[in-house]
Design a protein around this ligand. Structure first.
Ligand code: SF4
Length: 514
């Protein structure tokens, strides 16, 4: 198969398609997730799709358009024109990509009107009824695990059959939307996230940028991100990835031996710690740690810790993994607001847990949010005070520092499908967007504070932006002084924050009223 005629051309769009021409001040939106404002990470599921389809003899071309388009010379239209796959695939996983995904679909249709386009991901699943009205989109694959339905769809296209039996698929018959049963939701995951395959893809296509899962952090966050599960047993108010939001009765978990093998393989490719999103206590965590030990795993690993753990759990982590790292999101200092968000633990429990983790040699980071249900300006300030107190108490200054903490904006969106999105009044929110088209329009706003899909009864989006700028500046100074953040970056960020503050004031004076 010629390289420009793969079975599937799978593309990750930039958040806003014409970001190179539009002046967008979106820096603060992506700061918390440490990407550029185009949100260039593609879903890890891309690699699982690559693995599953190539195992079955299919050819797949990945193209991270969000990374490729950062080079001004790169012409996305020409790239699409030069490819003639059986099927174009585009992820619309995070709703931030609404504009990028739909613009890319339009481009595919303009260049190749007869080649079908499929969209997939969490946001495609949530907004499928709106998406199927769009003539640039032929198929939507719902669900969090779509490797096998995608394989079946390719078979149908090759054999020119109706895809009536492809599970999870939304398609059109004689112009009418057809909803195939949403039944492919495996709870035991065995597909491999095989970074070796990704490296082979890169060598084959001679396209490093197009293969990258991320741009600016290559190779740090390329070959070391694996998942423990999809979905989540917790029910944080703003999260679209919870079982509640996804309509899952059971959390899909990776087979622990497959996962331990993947950890071992990733260790061969990178010297960096392996990140494992999804608290392992959602599954057989003892079995998983034992599987790592059996394989003599010798690499740092970063674990999500949803609820504070006890000393036994942390000892078990330290016994299985050298240099365990953990991330906890208490989100606020206020225990009542934390409970409204979805966590019911108190601050003494949190602090005990930090101490237990540090005492086994672990490294811990905490994150707090501004924009939470029920949060006021005063409460946001007190959250920052609390964050600074914890930094002062637990960080040890210098190279061996094992504690860090951040405050950032809950931005730009509370997730469509989440509890707070579904019942905004109950959480004290006013939604500024409900449909996909409305979210797309918000992401095209030039200023980051105008992109928010919510305001709360206690804080307008301008209050929120002001609180975020203040908190970021205070935490940046504290982290600089504690040696947690290099001085030159802190100087750059503080200058930028001053500019943001002035822009926000100008915007308020101009009476912005989107
Ligand atoms: S935000 Fe809450 S519900 Fe969502 S994945 Fe994290 S812990 Fe789970």
């Amino acid at each position: 198969m010629a390289t420009n005629r793969p079975d599937l051309l799978l593309m990750h769009p930039p958040a806003v398609f014409d970001f190179r021409e539009r002046p967008l001040n979106h820096w603060m939106l992506s700061k918390a997730v440490d990407t550029k404002p185009v949100f260039e990470y593609y879903p890890v599921g891309f690699i699982a799709i690559l693995d599953h389809l190539e195992e079955r003899g299919r050819s797949v071309r990945l193209a991270n358009m969000a990374v490729k388009m950062q080079a001004r010379r790169f012409d996305p239209r020409r790239f699409i024109r030069e490819h003639e796959p059986l099927l174009f695939g585009i992820d619309l996983h995070w709703v931030q990509h609404a504009d990028g995904a739909l613009s890319l679909a339009r481009l595919c249709k303009e260049e190749h009107p007869d080649i079908p386009v499929v969209l997939g991901g969490i946001s495609s699943t949530y907004f499928w009824k709106e998406l199927i009205q769009n003539r640039d989109v032929d198929f939507i694959l719902r669900g969090e695990t779509t490797e096998e339905p995608l394989a079946q769809l390719l078979d149908c296209l090759e054999q020119k059959r109706d895809p009536a039996d492809v599970p999870n698929l939304i398609w059109r018959r004689s112009g009418e939307a057809v909803e195939n049963p949403f039944i492919h939701r495996p709870t035991l995951l065995t597909t491999r996230i095989d970074y070796q395959r990704l490296f082979r893809h890169w060598r084959r296509t001679r396209d490093l940028k197009g293969s990258l899962i991320t741009g600016q952090h290559w190779p740090v966050y390329c070959a070391n991100l694996l998942l423990f599960c999809k979905g989540c047993v917790e029910n944080c108010a703003i999260c679209g990835g919870s079982n509640w939001a996804l309509g899952l009765e059971e959390t899909p978990l990776w087979d622990i031996d497959v996962l331990a093998d993947m950890c071992l393989a990733a260790r061969e490719l990178t010297k960096f710690p392996i990140r494992l999103p999804g608290d392992i206590r959602q599954g057989d965590w003892r079995g998983f740690l034992a599987a790592l030990k059996r394989r003599n795993f010798t690499r740092g690993m970063h674990f999500d810790i949803f609820q504070p753990g006890d000393a036994d759990f942390y000892r078990a982590l330290a016994d299985a993994v050298p240099e365990p790292q953990g991330g906890i999101g208490p989100v606020t200092h206020d225990e009542k607001l934390r409970a409204l968000y979805g966590w019911s633990y108190d601050n003494p429990t949190l602090e005990r847990s930090i101490e237990d983790f540090l005492s086994v040699g672990g490294k811990m980071d905490l994150f707090f949010y501004i924009g939470l249900p029920g949060q006021t300006k005063d409460s946001a300030k007190e959250t920052t005070d609390y964050c600074l107190r914890l930094l002062e108490r637990y960080s040890t200054r210098g190279r061996d520092n094992k504690f860090d903490a951040y405050v950032s904006a809950l931005a730009p969106f509370i997730d469509p499908g989440s509890l707070a999105f579904t019942y905004p009044e109950k959480y004290g929110y006013r939604l500024r967007a409900r449909t996909l088209a409305e979210h797309r329009a918000l992401m095209r706003q030039p200023e980051w504070w105008d992109t928010f899909n919510y305001e709360s009864h206690a804080m307008s989006r301008f209050d929120l932006a002001q609180a975020v700028i203040e908190a970021e500046a205070r935490v940046t100074r504290a982290r600089r002084d504690l040696g947690l953040y290099p001085r030159r970056y802190a100087r750059r960020d503080l200058k930028r924050l001053e500019q943001e503050s002035a822009r926000l004031e100008d915007s308020l004076l101009a009476g912005a009223s989107l």
